[in-house]
Design a protein around this ligand. Structure first.
Ligand SMILES: Nc1ncnc2c1ncn2[C@@H]1O[C@H](COP(=O)(O)OP(=O)(O)OP(=O)(O)O)[C@@H](O)[C@H]1O
Ligand SMILES: [Mg+2]
Length: 321
């Protein structure tokens, strides 16, 4: 399925200085964020960052205090029906009627959306297959696990062939297997011109599923970029080395002046954490410097991925302010 042509700027999602206050509390400051067609964006942030608030504004469940959310160039406040006509969303795991089957549930959802009866039937079978629930089409939902209900919720969101799928924490509350299934499913839904906007507080999940990440904390965007670029990391990374014998003070002061070493500290049982800038070449230099000094290195490994480090650094930085 190719992306349908979009309006003047062609962004499925464009948020401009979007803000939300709950009484005196500012949950969202002034968020600027655009998502290109066909991209899957992970909207990442810790609890309380403002992810759900943003998504609720985008889907017209709450009003923004300031700024504007446009979907396919249509202002959500001004024309919600048209703005959301190309959007499918799963905000919270919806409550389904247990005595209905997925087919009956989708028939009802399709009628609410004003779809023609014959389209509903055909699309229902298609989307249930797409979420790998084809064999459960006629079963009672009360027999379903949470993960199956979440897949049905995604099927329901896909029923009218939306070009943009918005998911708020699609794996929350699922067990590890359920999480893995939903992640696989979302991965299989991306591409084919479909844009995905998915919130998560799990970095690994975003790394696995999404092309791009936008990092939010305290209602502010800290960074947005491609997962690949950010994973490669241009900033500092932390490496931990362990030794056969604890390093001496002299060893440490020599290593501290090795090019690329921004900082080092002794941790625990004779291990040393290095903060290294200058990418892989510098990381190799540090190891070489240790070996040159005759230090017997038993392990040397990165602590977390560069993206993980970026995440932690940026979150920490913004928490300090
Ligand atoms: N209706 C409300 N009234 C008052 N405060 C609210 C309301 N909804 C959210 N908040 C507050 O706004 C902030 C952002 O909440 P939001 O639900 O958008 O965060 P989130 O990023 O989705 O977090 P989580 O990962 O926990 O789902 C939080 O501090 C929350 O307590
Ligand atoms: Mg939330």
């Amino acid at each position: 399925m190719a992306a349908r042509p979009s309006g003047p700027n062609g962004f499925p999602v464009q948020l401009a200085a979007l803000g939300k206050d709950y009484g005196h509390f500012t949950a969202l400051k002034a968020l600027d964020l655009s998502v290109h067609p066909g991209v899957s964006l992970g909207f990442l942030g810790p609890n309380g960052a403002g992810k759900s608030t943003t998504i609720k504004i985008m889907t017209n469940l709450i009003r923004p205090t300031r700024g504007q959310a446009t979907l396919f160039d249509i202002d959500v406040r001004r024309d919600p029906i048209r703005a959301l006509s190309r959007v499918g969303a799963v905000i919270e795991t919806p409550e389904f009627y247990g005595y209905l089957s997925p087919l009956e549930t989708l028939a009802y959802a399709g009628r609410l959306r004003g779809m023609a009866r014959k389209d509903i039937r055909a699309r229902s079978e298609e989307v249930l297959k797409e979420v790998r629930m084809g064999e459960w089409a006629g079963r009672r939902i009360q027999e379903f696990s949470k993960g199956m209900k979440q897949r049905l919720a995604i099927a329901q969101a896909l029923l009218h062939e939306p070009d943009l799928l918005i998911l708020d924490e699609p794996t929350s509350g699922l067990d590890p297997r359920g999480m893995a299934e939903i992640r696989d499913l979302i991965k299989s839904l991306t591409g084919r011109g479909r844009t995905v906007f998915m919130s998560s507080h799990l970095l690994g999940e975003v790394q696995e599923v999404c092309d791009e990440v936008a990092l939010l904390n305290h209602g502010e965007l800290l960074v947005q970029g491609s997962v690949r670029d950010l994973s490669r990391g241009s900033g500092a990374s932390t490496f931990q080395a362990t030794f056969l014998a604890p390093p001496s003070e002299e060893d440490l002061s020599t290593l501290a002046s090795t090019p690329g070493v921004q900082a080092l500290k002794r941790v625990g049982d004779g291990a040393v954490d290095f903060t290294i800038t200058g990418g892989e070449a510098a990381q190799a230099e540090v190891l070489e410097a240790m070996v040159r000094r005759g230090m017997r290195v038993t392990s040397y490994r990165p602590l977390g991925s560069p993206l993980e480090q970026l995440y932690l650094d940026r979150i920490q930085e913004s928490d300090r302010i």
